[in-house]
Design a binder for this molecule. Structure first.
Ligand SMILES: Cc1cc2nc3c(=O)[nH]c(=O)nc-3n(C[C@H](O)[C@H](O)[C@H](O)COP(=O)(O)OP(=O)(O)OC[C@H]3O[C@@H](n4cnc5c(N)ncnc54)[C@H](O)[C@@H]3O)c2cc1C
Ligand code: FES
Ligand code: FES
Length: 469
């Protein structure tokens, strides 16, 4: 049984825990404001706000209801557009109407959820951040100009910088962005008694965020025993020289982690191109690595950090190098009964680090080719290099030969050109929807150039590389 607050009301539902919240809302509760379209996380038309108590505070995120199983939302608050509506239009709805951001209106309920999620979470009223927050919402009518105008108006109207996280819900109620009942939700959720622990079957399907499982095998999951991995409270931490990332941390938690940003100052922008905001809010780092997609962005990122995986079972644990973890297309070194608990890497690996991704669409698209490079250097020479790429082999790929070549070479255009040439012969890309094999080889070369130009702008410049190709 799942107990939750749906908009204003406490409900209990006995459906199979694999049932998605989209079906609960539309079919079982008759709330049809949330739209049912692709059921794969791509269109964003099914977004709801998911609120839960974490660290003593009620936090909300806009998520895709088509990829959200009931088993993951016990003691949560699910908000649909019906739960935001009041007697008259609220300021977000008014801005969308006034700025011509609505034509057929099909995407509008979800847009409302994404925008409300932005106002609940953003540190400041930054327009670009608001646009990024709604990048997971496809609109087939407006051309997006009206939506951008509405965002500009709202960001000028409401100053989030003066609204601290612990006061945010009350502030939004005061500004009439949220209905007054939101002020009583924390108390309602706290009153839901914790579920008794249930003995998990050893062959239960492990569920992280469920974004891959429910996008690819929703019907099969109804026949399985499911083990929902709990949210990560302690997502990123430092221990001596290591950085440790909990496998259950979501990509969005990692993107916005203060500790992770200390190591990778551009991570907030870099990871914006991974999935979309509502998918990132659920997708875990562990799920991304276990999926072993040849273009998995985090696999490529962590490979170039020489990361190690901590794998645990009920009575044992072991550590494997991420480089050795990927065995073949979607084949990994994970034994029955094991789960990925954490990813470890040495913090010094974050110095001299570059990550790049090229996709056909800028937002909400998987990579044609992605790549990361980590370099330790001294006195103008490379001490060690760690290069990885996705989309160029059946697995997220680590360039052993190119890295061996780079060791002890001077940082100079000739070195970069030679490395790019070795790398292009180390890979075996295939032609597919994202580009021909030759195009991917070319992209890889350009990304290697981009890494070096970014890391060593004084000595490696585009004109030098271009002139000598
Ligand atoms: C619309 C959309 C866009 C996407 N875009 C991108 C993109 O741009 N870049 C990209 O890299 N990826 C992208 N993805 C893939 C996304 O990153 C993965 O779906 C996600 O990271 C999987 O994490 P999850 O927690 O949701 O996994 P789940 O769906 O919960 O699980 C996936 C698999 O991992 C297993 N698993 C999960 N956690 C563990 C664990 N701790 N130990 C052992 N096994 C575990 C599960 O049993 C399952 O087999 C996209 C996905 C969607 C739906
Ligand atoms: S229905 Fe398209 S993202 Fe959920
Ligand atoms: S207004 Fe028609 S899809 Fe956005």
């Amino acid at each position: 049984m799942t107990r939750l607050v749906l908009n204003r009301q406490l409900i209990e539902d006995h459906a199979n825990p694999a049932t998605v919240v989209l079906d609960l809302i539309r079919q079982r509760q008759g709330l049809t404001g949330t739209k049912d379209v692709c059921r794969e996380g791509d269109c964003g038309a099914c977004q709801v706000l998911l609120g839960s108590m974490r660290g003593g505070r009620l936090r909300y995120q806009a998520v895709n209801a088509c990829l959200l199983p009931l088993g993951a939302i016990d003691a949560c608050h699910v908000v649909t557009v019906e739960g935001l509506n009041g007697e008259s239009l609220n300021p977000l709805q008014r801005a969308l109407v006034d700025c011509g951001a609505i034509q057929c209106g099909f995407c509008t309920p979800s847009l409302m959820m994404a925008l409300t999620g932005f106002f609940l979470n953003a540190e400041t009223s930054n327009e670009q951040a608001a646009i990024d927050a709604v990048a997971g919402n496809l609109c087939r009518c407006t051309g997006y100009a009206g939506i951008k105008r509405a965002i500009t108006r709202l960001c000028r109207q409401f100053d989030l910088a003066g609204s601290p996280p612990e006061r945010r819900i009350d502030n939004l109620v005061h500004w009439q962005i949220l209905p007054a009942y939101f002020s009583g939700i924390a108390e309602k959720l706290s009153a839901i008694a914790p579920r008794d622990a249930v003995e998990q079957s050893p062959d239960a399907v492990l569920v992280g965020g469920g974004t891959d499982l429910w996008a690819t095998r929703p019907h099969w999951l109804h026949t399985q025993s499911l083990a929902f991995l709990s949210d990560s409270a302690d997502g990123v931490r430092f221990d001596a020289n290591d950085c440790i990332v909990d496998a259950a941390v979501t990509i969005e938690q990692l993107r916005t982690s203060k500790l992770f940003r200390q190591l990778f100052p551009s991570v907030t922008q870099d990871f914006e191109l991974i999935c979309s905001a509502p998918v990132r809010a659920r997708a875990t780092v562990g799920g991304n690595l276990i999926n072993a997609s040849p273009i998995a962005d985090l696999a490529v990122f962590f490979l170039a950090l020489n990361a190690r995986l901590l794998l645990v079972s009920h009575d044992a644990s072991r550590t494997v190098s991420l480089k050795d973890f990927f065995r073949g297309y979607k084949q990994i070194d994970l034994q029955s009964g094991e789960r990925l608990q954490a990813i470890h890497f040495n913090r010094t690996a974050a110095q001299g680090f570059s990550y790049e991704k090229v996709s056909m669409r800028r937002h909400l698209d998987i990579a044609a080719v992605n790549s990361a490079l980590g370099i330790e250097h001294a006195d103008g020479r490379i001490v060690t290099a760690r290069l990885s790429a996705g989309g160029v082999a059946p697995v997220p790929f680590y360039f052993e030969k190119t890295c061996a070549y780079l060791q002890d070479k001077s940082i100079a255009p000739a070195t970069v050109l030679a490395a790019a040439d070795i790398a292009r012969h180390e890979i075996a890309p295939i032609s597919d929807l994202r580009g021909s094999a030759e195009y991917k080889r070319l992209l890889l070369r350009q990304l290697i150039f981009a890494h070096f130009m970014k890391l060593f702008p004084e000595v490696i410049r585009w004109e030098q590389l271009h002139a000598r190709q």
